[in-house]
Each structure stands twice: as structure tokens, then as C-alpha cells.
Ligand binder design. Sequence first.
Ligand SMILES: CC(C)(COP(=O)(O)OP(=O)(O)OC[C@H]1O[C@@H](n2cnc3c(N)ncnc32)[C@H](O)[C@@H]1OP(=O)(O)O)[C@@H](O)C(=O)NCCC(=O)NCCS
Length: 142
Amino acid sequence: MTSNEEPTTEDPGRRYATTRTVAMPSDTNPSGDIFGGWVLSQMDIAGGIAASQRAQGRVVTASIDGMSFIKPVKVGDILGVYTEVTRTGRSSMDILVEAWVRRDQIGLREKVTEATFTFVAVDEDGKSRALPAEHALPNYVK
Ligand SMILES: CC(C)(COP(=O)(O)OP(=O)(O)OC[C@H]1O[C@@H](n2cnc3c(N)ncnc32)[C@H](O)[C@@H]1OP(=O)(O)O)[C@@H](O)C(=O)NCCC(=O)NCCS
């Protein structure tokens, strides 16, 4: 896959299309551009979905590495967030998160942001817990 090619659900072993939403006027700063924090929030939501599926339960965001805002997001763009579990430890996981837009809902597709999020599986007391073994996961996660 080249860097200009949007990942698709046809390649589920690599990156999953995890969330999709439209950037609204309420997500802008006073200059009319979409807040970086809004995009980051969408990426955290998508990464959290991927991580909680891998962990089969509650997770917390532990860190975010290599966040780079490549291109701006504009009102009316569809923001699609794609995720891939790239590392698992005892309780932690790295999730590569890419955000892509389709300009004005129907136009050009462009990657706007990427980062690696580390999530940690936690129990009901917020203490780290071991991830389930990969072979024990339901098929939709594999
Ligand atoms: C993440 C958290 C549970 C880790 O607690 P901890 O006491 O360090 O837990 P442990 O020592 O058992 O480590 C658990 C795992 O987290 C990893 N970890 C801990 N801090 C980390 C960090 N800052 N970045 C990346 N990984 C981290 C450890 O490497 C370990 O990985 P492993 O089990 O795969 O080997 C704890 O720091 C926490 O609750 N942080 C707040 C999370 C949160 O609220 N996020 C949302 C912010 S709004």
C-alpha cells in the first residue's frame, strides 16, 4: 500500500476503518479551521475502540507518540479514522491511528494526521491487567 492510498476494510489484517464522521462548524476555532484537538479526540475514540476490542474490555490511553498534523481538516470534510494494532505487551498495546478526509464529503481523499497511541488494558479498579491471548479472541478482532 502506498502512502497516498486510503486503507480499506478489504485489508482487515492491516488497518480497520474504525470511525467516520463529518467535521462541523462547531468543531472550528475562531478562524474557521477545525481544531487539532477535535481531530485528536476522534483518533483517541477510534484507537480506544480498536484497543478495547483487542483487550476485550476496558482500556485507558497511556501515551501518544509521533503525532503529526500533515494537512488541515475543513468544515464538511468526512473524517475517516483507521486503526491497526502494531504491538502487544503484557497489558499494553500500540495502535497506529491514521485520519483521512474526503474533502467536502465527495472530493479528494487525503491523509491528514497519524500517530501511535499506547493503550493499557485495565480492570474495574483501573489497575493494568493481562491482555487475552490472540487465539482466544473472537473472529471479528483477528
Ligand atoms: C496507564 C496506567 C494504567 C499504567 O499504570 P502503571 O502503574 O504504570 O501500570 P504497570 O506498571 O502495571 O504497567 C502496565 C503497562 O503500561 C505500560 N505503560 C505505563 N505507562 C506508560 C506510558 N506512559 N506510556 C506507554 N506505556 C506505559 C507499561 O509499559 C506496561 O506495559 P506491559 O504490561 O505491556 O509491559 C496508569 O498510568 C494510568 O491509569 N494512567 C492514566 C490513564 C488515563 O486516565 N488516560 C486518559 C487520560 S484523560
